[in-house]
Design a protein around this ligand. Structure first.
Ligand code: SF4
Ligand code: SF4
Length: 655
């Protein structure tokens, strides 16, 4: 039977020795270079390996994310497909090589081979195909690299080109070796199409040269991975594993309670210099491959604000090599341009979390009191009134007294706390959202199950945290959690996705007690009421489009309730950006309270896209989106396209 003729008549023992010696040296150099690169970033090899292996449970989701190439294929089809083929070709080549090694051991131990007959022919066929995929995808990679020559740093350009040329050589020699082997044996079979393609015999010496150069190059390329951009593949794994926070949760730089108790006020907060970026964060930045996917989806960039998330990350990546003040190469307005919408995080194939660096930079600006009048006014309002509007907090919810639900202080058992929020409390249009939601609850005869805090309620802290005032955020969070404990709150319902995100994802890091509190957005409650038939709605002729809020749909994946509800009251027309792939209204990340120079308002860009659906009404699920898009509608459609909240859409059709 025909078996795999790896070494032909070359002396097997010497060839195996050469291959395994090279493989061992390759692994040894790989780890030496890895240690050097990690050391430059202040991380030990042990820390690196501990991170990877301690979180082995998360490997599955990482691998499936990479294998599906979800992020690569989402927006850039050509580049994504080329990357997809290259990754799969390399993966299959690696598996193929491992199978050959297995075949050799099997042969040594048993004196017979596994790779014989149809198995050998199939293996050979697959590897032939793989080699050509690797060849063409590497050429594609070289073309893509050439097209991006102006934006990729010279060093990366040089090494990446060499690497891709290396793949081209490996693919070609792989195909040739296969052809030589088959022709040497004189086999004619359509399985071995490379032999038909090349169709010539070579001498032992030529085979030896091609064979040695093939495996030596392969081992060399493996050995130098840690010093090249190819290392991004491993760094994307550490980026994925290092932080398990949802994208809407910001990191906590200190614990206010602990600081107060210990009196240890000397903590470094924020990023002023690149040396303030440490350890795995430095590696996170190094993973960036200048693919510009984050810039493509950034609303701030689209609006002509001075922010490109790609240039921000690549600037920091280069900056950490020079160790300098970040303000030497980043404008303050770049940092203020971000709405923390998370589109960049969602798009980034190597799992970089841009907003961490943006908010950390804001924290440094807040520490140094480099704030303009409007930002100062917000912080002053939060300090003096504990709300974002700058008016006394005592009257916060007095307007709610006649609406039919009670204050928490008036009931024995608060089944559901209705968190009204600063917008819901003070903004006239947002008050209507609360009123409409209460009407729905009353229709379901569940008003007894809900209570609100009244004058005891303060800001949830989201604006303080996102503007970079971490102490104020934690101060507000601590006070609110004490209130929740006082009333033994187990369920919170918010009308605001920002409060929803903060309570759901961030409060538990302030006090683990919050893990026991179930936080829901009012759209989830309305969906439940409809499902349980506690309320009924009629179908209308209205054509609706949905604006999904970033903090509800992208950061927290809530996309289904709004569609479930609206399908019952009208016809839905989805905009280009919808669900998790939504487009910001421009208010998040505290942007609602200040202005940044821009060519076009983010809310206008979004409104135009919503208008293009041809819908007569835009349905929103957030008081901030409501305000932003209502303004946009007034300017761009004279208010003809109605912007309505989902509670209003339901209330109008209650039966
Ligand atoms: S969070 Fe949004 S606004 Fe900020 S950089 Fe990312 S995409 Fe741009
Ligand atoms: S940060 Fe991520 S998405 Fe942005 S350019 Fe770098 S690799 Fe691409």
């Amino acid at each position: 039977m025909l078996c795999y003729p790896e070494y032909l008549d070359l002396p097997r023992i010497y060839m195996m020795f050469a291959v395994y010696l090279s493989a061992s040296l390759s692994v040894l150099f790989f780890f030496l270079l890895l240690e050097l690169r990690l050391k430059r970033n202040g991380i030990s090899l042990k820390e690196f390996l501990v991170l990877i292996f301690k979180k082995y449970r998360n490997w599955g989701s990482y691998i499936s994310d990479v294998l599906t190439h979800r992020k690569f294929l989402r927006d850039r089809k050509t580049g994504g497909i080329s990357h997809f083929f290259m990754v799969y070709a390399l993966l299959l080549s690696f598996i193929g090589t491992m199978l050959v090694a297995y075949n050799q051991y099997y042969d040594i131990i048993t004196g017979s081979q596994v790779f014989c007959g149809i198995f050998f022919e199939s293996y050979s066929f697959v590897m032939d195909v793989v080699m050509w995929i690797l060849f063409f995808s590497s050429l594609g990679g070289l073309v893509a690299l050439y097209l991006r020559r102006k934006i990729v740093p010279k060093k990366d350009m040089f090494f990446n080109s060499l690497y891709l040329l290396g793949f081209v050589y490996l693919a070609l020699t792989g195909a040739l070796l296969e052809s030589f082997r088959i022709n040497y044996l004189g086999i004619k079979s359509y399985y071995f199409f490379n032999s038909i393609l090349f169709g010539f015999k070579i001498s032992y010496f030529e085979y030896l040269l091609a064979y040695i150069s093939h495996f030596e190059l392969a081992f060399f390329l493996i050995a130098i991975i840690p010093e090249t951009s190819v290392f991004h593949s491993l760094l994307s794994l550490t980026n994925y594993l290092k932080d398990e926070r949802p994208s809407g949760e910001l990191r906590k730089p200190f614990d206010l309670k602990e600081i107060m108790e210990k009196g240890a006020f000397d903590v470094q907060v924020g990023i002023n210099k690149t040396s303030d970026i440490k350890g795995f964060d430095r590696l996170e930045l190094e993973a960036c491959m200048h693919c510009y996917r984050c810039q493509d989806v950034c609303p701030a960039y689209a609006a002509g604000r001075p922010l490109s998330p790609t240039e921000l990350i690549t600037g920091l990546k280069e900056g950490i090599k020079r160790e300098e003040a970040i303000w030497d190469f980043i404008q303050e307005d770049t940092i203020w341009s971000c709405t923390t919408c998370g589109a960049c995080i969602e798009a980034c194939p190597v799992y970089i979390r841009h907003t961490d660096y943006i908010v950390d930079s804001r924290r440094a600006l807040v520490m140094d009191m480099k704030l303009d009048e409007k930002k100062n006014a917000l912080l002053l309002s939060l300090s003096s009134q504990e709300n974002t509007i700058g008016v006394p907090n005592q009257d916060r919810n007095s307007w709610l007294s006649g609406e039919g639900i009670k204050k928490a202080s008036e009931v024995n058992d608060v089944k559901n706390l209705l968190w009204v929020g600063c917008m819901g409390s003070f903004d006239p249009e947002a008050r209507d959202i609360v009123k409409n939601f209460i009407e729905i609850i009353k229709k379901a005869e569940l008003q007894e199950d809900y209570a609100y805090l009244g004058e005891e309620e303060t800001c949830c802290g989201d604006p303080a945290r996102r503007i970079g005032e971490e102490s104020k955020f934690q101060d507000l969070a601590i006070k609110n959690i004490e209130l929740f404990k006082k009333y033994n709150i187990k369920n919170i319902v918010t009308i605001c996705p920002h409060g929803y995100n903060t309570f759901k994802n961030e409060y538990a890091k302030i006090d683990p007690w919050m893990k026991n509190v179930n936080v829901r957005h009012y759209s989830e409650v309305i969906q439940e009421l409809l499902e349980k038939e506690k309320i009924k709605v009629r179908m209308s002729e209205e054509v609706l489009t949905i604006h999904d809020p970033c903090y509800l749909s992208r950061h927290n994946g809530v996309v289904e309730p709004q569609r479930f509800i609206l399908k019952k009251v009208g016809k839905i027309k989805e905009p280009q950006h919808s669900g998790k792939n939504t487009f910001c209204c421009g208010a998040g990340g505290s942007n609602y309270w200040y202005e940044v120079k821009e060519n076009e308002k983010i809310s206008h860009i979004r409104f135009k896209e919503l208008r293009n659906t041809g819908a007569s009404s835009v349905v929103v699920l957030c008081p901030f989106c409501n305000a932003m898009l209502n303004d946009a509608s007034t300017v761009l459609s004279d208010g003809k396209i109605k912007v309505k909240d989902i509670a209003e859409a339901v209330r109008d059709n209650l039966v």
